[in-house]
Design a protein around this ligand. Structure first.
Ligand code: THU
Length: 137
C-alpha cells in the first residue's frame, strides 16, 4: 500500500533544504525488490542548480543498486497534491513502466493517484532512437 511510502516521503520532507522557496518536498520510491529509497529537494543560491525531491530519490535508488521503480509517493505542504515537474516525470519514466502508480499527497492528508503514463503521455523513449548510430555524426 502507499501509506507506508507516503510516511517515508513525509519523514524525508522534513530534511529538505529549501531556504529560497520555503517549499519542502519529500519523495519515496519503492523499488521492484521492495526496498524504499527517499529524497528531498535541495535548493541552491544559483536557483537553477536546485534539485527536486524525486531526483534525489532516484539518485538514492541507483546508488543503492536498484533500477526498477514499483511505486512512487510525493508529498508537500500544499493546498492540493503536488505533481512531479515535467523533468521529474521524464526522470521517473526512465525507471518506471507506464502503469506505475505515483501517489501525490499533502501534509494535511489529501491524496491523488496517477500512473506514469497519465503524467507523461507520449513520452520520449529509446524506441525513437532505433535508427540512431552512436558516433556516426
Ligand atoms: N519541487 C520538488 O522537489 N518536486 C516537485 O514535484 C515539485 C517542486 C521543488 C523544487 C523547488 O525546490 C521547490 O519545490 C519549489 O519549486
Amino acid at each position: 500500500m502507499s501509506d507506508d511510502l507516503i510516511a517515508s516521503a513525509e519523514s524525508v520532507r522534513r530534511m529538505a533544504y529549501a531556504p529560497y522557496s520555503g517549499f519542502a518536498v519529500g519523495a519515496a520510491i519503492r523499488a521492484a525488490g521492495g526496498r524504499v529509497h527517499v529524497g528531498c529537494n535541495v535548493e541552491n543560491v544559483a536557483y537553477p542548480e536546485g534539485t527536486c525531491a524525486e531526483a534525489g530519490a532516484i539518485a538514492a535508488m541507483i546508488a543503492a543498486g536498484d533500477t526498477e521503480i514499483a511505486e512512487v509517493a510525493v508529498i508537500a505542504d500544499a493546498p492540493a497534491p503536488v505533481p512531479p515537474c515535467g523533468g521529474c516525470r521524464q526522470k521517473l519514466a526512465e525507471f518506471a513502466g507506464p502503469e506505475v502508480v505515483v501517489t501525490m499527497a499533502t501534509a494535511d492528508g489529501k491524496r491523488l493517484a496517477s500512473t506514469v503514463a497519465e503524467l507523461l503521455p507520449g513520452r520520449f523513449d529509446a524506441g525513437f532512437m532505433d535508427r540512431a548510430t552512436p558516433g556516426a555524426s
